[in-house]
Write a new protein. Structure first.
Length: 86
């Protein structure tokens, strides 16, 4: 087997939600749902509300999340795998 020469960070957080854009998207969705009045009162209503809110997400939200990944990775590197401000 050929060896690959990869630089690996010694303290890389394997499951860091700070680095996962979908976690930030779920946070955005939660905030949108919390603004609704009345709030969903059962799973069926929640499912419908989630579908509505998901359909309303602008392309700019997606773009901003994707574009922020490099900044989040850089901050994580600077903090040697520690918690970052996202």
């Amino acid at each position: 087997m050929a060896q690959k020469h990869l630089n690996i960070l010694p303290k890389w957080p394997a499951q860091s939600s700070d680095l996962n854009p979908i976690e930030h998207l779920w946070d955005y969705m939660q905030k949108q749902i919390e603004k609704r009045n009345p709030h969903p009162v059962n799973n069926h209503e929640l499912f419908l509300v989630l579908q509505e809110e998901w359909a309303k997400i602008s392309k700019n939200i997606y773009k901003n999340l994707v574009n922020s990944v490099s900044r989040r990775v850089q901050e994580c590197i600077e903090k040697e795998g520690g918690s970052i401000n996202y």
